[in-house]
Design a protein around this ligand. Structure first.
Ligand code: UGA
Length: 439
């Protein structure tokens, strides 16, 4: 099949290379000229494991192409996909201007009977609106079938999430369109959920909101564990073995970040509001998430003092999660600003996200190329992202390198036993503190 995709971000690019890998002829379109140039040379705009190799292979096989202007590709495509961003507006609603811009360009160019698939996360009813814009506003007479096909890939494991997804959700108004999209994905050999467009759009928001709810729920449990002496890691393990609950997304920490959960949770609250439903539960999920950072800072202040002048603090991990250089809505950013405001001297390390973080962090933050350099002479360490090199960094090394070995672990990278054996002071989330003084 000939496939044209608008948007070379995570969703568009990963979908594009995976569909090319399945043998389709794919053209990805992006308005960013330098991004398109780099992609044509096989250089992805973001760090994502496995993407570069897959991109290179499909460029060599001439199954994937990149363009700034989509017209020619849109005219020839059997399937046109919209995978542009839907950034959050000031009031929390999704900004759909790029979606409609792409839809109009496609609506003008697409051949008769092509399918326009919306992959971007869009409010419920957007596909219906696109249908109206294309057939009424643009006055298009030839059919262009609009479908919803939300994306569930995660940054850091985007390729395997796409090729080995739990399910593919397709929403369309006719069986023929559903079958055509099933055929496009046939080589992926994945289970399909075929439904109507609105339900498909809702599945995406509901899934992200539910996962965010799981995280905030565990963060609340963690707070109670801290006050009662229970251990949230054991609690999560005990809960997760129940098949009805499942073990994933039960990790307590400094809160969820990234370009999706915060934005999509806010958007769903707005969507609910538009149909006069006060989504109280999701509002609480968002509140709890924001509060996690406040609690983390409070723990640091309780130990080091209300003012942090004279304290050199090492921040380990800056990206919103491991295996990505994405720092959007990363808890590390507000935490660093708060510590800076309180007078701390900050040193930061991240294996890949330092260049991106430098633009968002206070100017005075120093960056180091290794964990050792960051923690050397520090009064405290804050673990903010559970990168594997940070998890594997032995706790006893902190003792050797730091001025005083006090560790605030916002991602529960170490066991309490390990901390006790290393002789460090260790504060984590939802577990008792470990300190040579407390032992
Ligand atoms: C999320 C969803 O998991 C994907 O299915 C979805 O396609 C994507 O959003 C999207 O809408 O585009 P992503 O934002 O890449 O993917 O990252 P996740 O792995 O879901 O993690 C999100 C945040 O939750 C991270 O900050 C992570 O540290 C945090 N998290 C995750 C926890 O705090 N605890 C957990 O147990 C799991």
């Amino acid at each position: 099949m000939k496939i044209a995709i608008a948007g070379c971000g995570y969703v568009g690019l990963v979908t594009g290379v995976c569909l090319a890998e399945a043998g389709h002829e794919v053209t990805c379109v992006d308005i960013d000229r330098s991004k398109v140039k780099r992609l044509t040379q096989g250089i992805p705009p973001m760090y994502e494991p496995g993407l570069k190799q897959l991109l290179k292979r499909n460029l060599e096989q001439e199954r994937i192409h990149f363009h700034v202007n989509g017209k020619a590709a849109y005219e020839q495509a059997d399937v046109l996909m919209i995978a542009v961003g839907t950034p959050q507006q000031a009031d929390g609603q999704a900004d759909l201007q790029y979606v409609f811009q792409a839809a109009k360009e496609m609506g003008i160019a697409a051949k008769s009977g092509a399918v326009l698939v919306v992959k971007s996360t869009v409010p419920i009813g957007t596909c219906d609106q696109i249908d109206r814009v294309v057939h009424q506003e643009l006055g298009r007479n030839e059919p262009l079938y609009i479908a919803s096909n939300p994306e569930f890939l995660r940054e850091g494991s985007a390729i395997s999430d796409t090729l080995r997804a739990d399910r593919l959700v397709i929403g369309a108004e006719t069986k023929d369109v559903l079958d055509r999209l099933e055929e496009m994905y046939a080589d992926f050999h994945l289970p399909f959920v075929k439904t109507d467009r609105k339900s498909a759009e809702m599945i995406k928001y509901a899934s992200n909101a539910f996962l965010a709810t799981k995280i905030s729920f565990m963060n609340e449990i963690a707070s109670i564990c801290e006050r009662t002496g229970a251990d949230v890691e054991m609690v999560a393990e005990g809960m997760g073995l129940d098949h009805r609950i499942g073990p994933s997304f039960l990790r307590a920490g400094i809160g969820y970040g990234g370009s999706c959960f915060p934005k999509d949770a806010n958007a769903l609250v707005q969507i609910a509001g538009h149909v006069s439903h006060d989504f109280e539960l999701l509002k609480a999920v968002i509140k709890v998430n924001n509060h996690q950072r406040v609690c983390f800072i409070r723990t640091i202040q309780e130990r080091l003092g209300a003012k942090l002048e004279g304290n050199r603090i090492a921040l380990l991990g800056l990206s919103f999660k491991p295996n990505t250089d994405d720092i959007r809505e990363a808890p590390s950013i507000p935490i660093a600003h708060d510590l800076h405001q309180l007078g701390a001297e900050l040193v930061a390390y991240d294996p890949v996200a330092m260049r991106q973080a430098a633009c968002e962090l206070p100017d005075s933050v120093q960056f180091t190329q290794t964990i050792e350099e960051a923690v050397k002479g520090a009064d405290a360490v804050c673990i903010l992202t559970e990168w594997s090199d940070i998890q594997l960094f032995p706790l006893h090394s902190y003792k050797d390198l730091m001025r005083q070995p006090i560790i605030f672990d916002g991602r529960n990278c170490h066991s309490l036993q390990e901390a006790e054996q290393a002789g460090v002071e260790y504060h984590s989330i939802g577990r008792r503190p470990v300190s040579p003084i407390f032992m």
